[in-house]
Design a protein around this ligand. Structure first.
Ligand code: AVI
Length: 329
């Protein structure tokens, strides 16, 4: 008898669902169970993340917004000083709530540039193309829908100017330190000497402040994590009972790793479709996400490792967050 491994069995699912299914089964079959945090962001997850950004405990958004709003002219000056004539490329542009202030400041300072927002969501790109030119009169915009590196390559078909890359919102923190190194190194390969990267880092600070940001009192971050189980139930016909799990964020002040887990509150069995059965022991964890925090020295080390030279840093008043400007060497 030939046994066909379930995950590769032919299915009637759509290819995207197949990939989701495969990733979920692979993660939940590992000895340390995990789920890929990129799957947090379905429509419900996007809405919950918007709510997280409004939570008073989740200081990151406010800190970076303060930097971009209050120091946009200093940032523009630094971009002009270090890049001269450039176009702006944003990785994971989202709704550009923060970058819109920088886009406006560039126009106000007479900089002639095109804004290339890159996003994996076609919907995000079409919304930006529809809304941003009205919000920022005079803006030249060319949206690129797809994976970061593929779209960076595409951008070369439309510009031969130097590039300033924006990678904001502490998104780099959702990589482990090792993965952030590989990401920055790979990004560097798509850029030329003299190109710039402006990237946001959440800085190490009192551990309780960090822990609270990922454990807000109103339970929105807990629901954001649970939403992925709901999504698996809905899209992959699973039967997770979220009341049998607990949201458990951790922070290690030495390494700066802030990791979120879901803990199984009892011995239980979860089915995914008709073919997969996942066993949980009492107190077994699912590793959900890392939000890595950095010291300034660690941001410099990351830059050096990946072939960048730090040229400027911008801070909020509390020095809880930094946007670093790195130049490709
Ligand atoms: C998107 N990213 C920077 C957020 C963070 O802080 O790691 C995602 C998040 N997860 C829970 N709260 C916020």
């Amino acid at each position: 008898m030939t046994v066909i491994p379930t995950v590769f069995a032919p299915s009637k699912r759509k290819p995207a669902t197949d990939t989701f299914y495969r990733d979920v089964v692979q993660g939940l079959s590992a000895s340390q169970k995990y789920l890929d945090p990129k799957y947090f962001y379905d429509a419900a997850g996007d809405a919950l993340f918007q709510q997280i950004m409004q939570c008073h405990e989740y200081y990151l958004t406010g800190c970076e917004m303060e930097i971009i709003r209050q120091q946009s002219s200093q940032i523009v000056k630094a971009l002009q000083l270090y890049a001269g004539d450039f176009d702006l490329v944003e990785l994971g542009a989202g709704d550009a709530t923060k970058s819109v202030h920088l886009l406006q400041a560039l126009i106000d300072n007479g900089v002639d540039y095109t804004y290339f927002p890159i996003d994996i969501s076609a919907n995000v790109i079409s919304q930006l193309e529809k809304n941003l030119p009205a919000q920022v009169p005079g803006l030249q915009l060319h949206g690129l829908n797809g994976e970061y590196f593929h779209m960076l390559q595409q951008a070369n078909n439309y510009t031969s100017k130097k590039k300033v890359i924006l990678f904001m919102g502490a998104n780099i923190g959702n990589f482990s330190v090792g993965a952030a190194r590989s990401f920055c190194q790979q990004l560097r390969k798509y850029l030329q000497p003299g190109d710039l990267l402006l990237t946001g880092f959440d800085l190490k600070k009192h551990p309780q402040v960090i822990l609270n940001a990922y454990n807000d009192a109103s339970g929105i971050t807990r629901d954001f994590n649970f939403n992925l189980l709901h999504r698996i139930n809905r899209e992959l016909q699973a039967d997770f009972d979220v009341t049998k799990f607990e949201h458990f964020p951790t922070y290690d002040p030495v390494t700066g790793a802030c990791k979120s887990y879901l803990i199984s509150l009892e011995k239980q069995v979860v089915h995914i479709g008709e073919q997969q059965t996942i066993h949980f022991a009492e107190n077994e964890s699912i590793y959900m996400e890392i939000s890595q925090k950095y010291s300034l020295e660690e941001t410099d080390q990351l830059a050096a490792y990946a072939g960048f030279k730090p040229v400027a840093r911008f801070f909020d008043r509390k020095h809880w967050f930094t946007d670093c400007l790195w130049k490709c060497i």
